[in-house]
Write a protein that binds this ligand. Structure first.
Ligand code: NAD
Length: 486
């Protein structure tokens, strides 16, 4: 049992403003995992004021980027020293199988940005078209509010905090109320690094705390990861206040299996791409588009590949599919399965609660066939281990179906001919596409087209999202750079 008595406000562990506590039970077996305070609006106000003061008057934004990177190296080292502890705590807390090694991915994010700090063009010279000599300066955007979901609390937190801090911003992070324990354990890593006062706060709490943080007058930019519904609400508030905002939202990504793809290899990748994180991944490949004339063969291969993925105790290193995060999520998945059946889709496998794990929120890995792309199960994000197989007649129809969704986060194309897969990948309206592979690498940009979001996360390009571009202009004459006078 892990007990966190305090919240992390401006670099110190302090008592919360209210007595409200978050009690966490294991999604796998219901045992008590730990307790932590729930942040309230008053805590957000404290953290917001500390971040504002640290940005406006403190040393952090004014430090040389190399010095910021050196100090953040302390966070990185503290994280590296407790990967196993963080992975185990995280798995106990949200049920995501330990085999995905979330702490190692979070560490990879830190390593990426600490290296990128030395390469990013914070200052560049450019000659203007009217003869001005310009210096382009990338300044930190200000106080960043990071809001993250429960499915990848370490990766998502580091994916916001580290680039924001490298850029010179100060930050208030609000993790989900399902994952306060790993989030406050991460706060201990920040505390170990001894960043200047006010630079970072970590305040786990519910939606209302998130809403308060988004609207907080001290916040300059919101970096959000979560559902499209919440993203819309946040975008509305940021629009009114003209705050900068980036949104990493939901997905309904398609795996396009072309008619020359190898069945077994493709099925293995699609099964994993759909079921990883127990199906609770934004980038999950939840629709398999298969050529109609190979439908039965591919369904058989997909079911075999799904059956090969071990289901069960998320703390077992071999497990790929664990429980869902909460009973509410299990009910949501069951509702979608019922809706698929009501709409005329057929179960090729799965569809029920896992009989031998009654104490946890387990659902059987499920494969639907006879799915029409207009059905709810093919259009809406289920966020569970459910794959929809949809037949198509030719390549154009495959592309049309893949794009016939309000989302556009990820995807994949499989073919025996890599150049052909590449051609089809370019026709998909989506932020990432795996070409005979699964997309997902912290060194490459990630983000959504359409309702899957605005902006990009991970990779050096994300530093653009945490900076404002200032132009310092000089002219050789007193012309003020007017047309024709240079
Ligand atoms: P959610 O939107 O309900 O919650 C996510 C976070 O936002 C939580 O911290 C929550 O407290 C907070 N929140 C919710 N409503 C808010 C509001 N109106 N204002 C401010 N904060 C608010 O999402 P969830 O169901 O917990 O997480 C799963 C969703 O996240 C899925 O849709 C998934 O696709 C998405 N996701 C996207 C990515 C990505 O990178 N695109 C990554 C992981 C998860």
């Amino acid at each position: 049992m892990r007990e966190f008595p305090h919240l992390y406000v401006g670099g110190s562990f302090v008592p919360p403003a209210t007595d409200e506590r978050l009690t966490i039970h294991s999604p796998a077996d219901g045992t008590l995992v730990g307790r932590a305070p729930a942040a309230s609006a008053a805590d957000v106000d404290r953290a917001g004021a500390a971040a504002r003061a640290a940005f406006d008057e403190g040393p952090w934004p004014r430090l040389d980027v190399a010095e910021r990177a050196r100090l953040l190296g302390g966070v990185r080292d503290a994280l590296a020293a407790r990967l196993a502890d963080l992975d185990e705590l995280g798995t106990r807390e949200n049920g995501i199988p330990i085999s995905v090694r979330p702490a190692a991915s979070a560490l990879a994010v830190a390593d990426h940005y600490l290296a990128a700090a030395g390469r990013y063009p914070f200052e560049q010279d450019r000659r203007g078209d009217f003869g001005s000599r310009g210096r382009l300066v990338r300044e930190p955007v200000g106080v960043v509010a990071g809001i993250v979901p429960w499915n990848g609390p370490l990766l998502q937190a580091m994916g916001k905090l580290i680039p924001a801090l490298v850029a010179g911003c100060t930050a208030v992070l609000k993790p989900a109320e399902e994952t306060p324990l790993t989030s406050l354990a991460l706060a201990e890593c920040f505390a170990a690094a001894g960043l200047p006062e006010g630079t970072v706060s970590i305040l786990p709490g519910g939606r209302d705390v998130g809403r308060h943080l988004v609207a907080h007058p001290g916040v300059d930019k919101v970096a959000f990861t979560g559902s499209t519904a919440a993203g819309r609400e946040i975008a509305r508030i940021c629009g009114e206040q003209l705050k900068r905002v980036t949104l990493e939202l939901g997905g309904k990504s398609a795996a396009v299996v072309l008619d020359d793809a190898d069945a077994a290899t493709t099925a293995t990748l699609v099964a994993l791409g759909c079921m990883v994180y127990s199906g609770q991944a934004c980038a999950a490949l939840t629709r398999a588009l298969v050529p109609a004339h190979r439908h039965d063969e591919l369904v058989e291969a997909l079911c075999a590949a799904v059956r090969a993925l071990p289901v069960g105790d998320p703390l077992d290193e071999k497990t790929v599919i664990g429980p869902l995060v909460a009973e509410r999520q299990l009910r949501r998945v069951e509702d979608y399965i019922a809706s698929g059946l009501a709409d005329g889709a057929r179960l090729a496998m799965g569809g029920r609660r896992l009989a031998d794990r009654p104490d946890g929120w387990f659902v059987e890995p499920t494969v639907f066939v006879d799915v029409d792309n207009s059905m709810r199960i093919a259009q809406e994000e289920i966020f569970g281990p459910v794959l929809c197989v949809i037949p198509y007649r030719d390549e154009d129809e495959a592309v049309r179906l893949a794009n016939d969704t309000s989302y556009g986060l990820s995807g994949a194309v499989f073919s025996g001919d890599d150049a052909r897969a590449d051609r089809v990948a370019r026709r998909l309206r989506t932020g990432s596409v795996g070409v005979n592979a699964l997309a997902g690498d912290v060194g490459l940009p990630f983000g959504g087209y359409k309702c899957s979001g605005i902006g990009r996360e991970f990779s050096i390009e994300t530093l653009d999202e945490f900076t404002e571009l200032k132009t310092l202009a000089r002219t050789d004459t007193a012309s003020f750079g007017l047309v024709g006078t240079s």
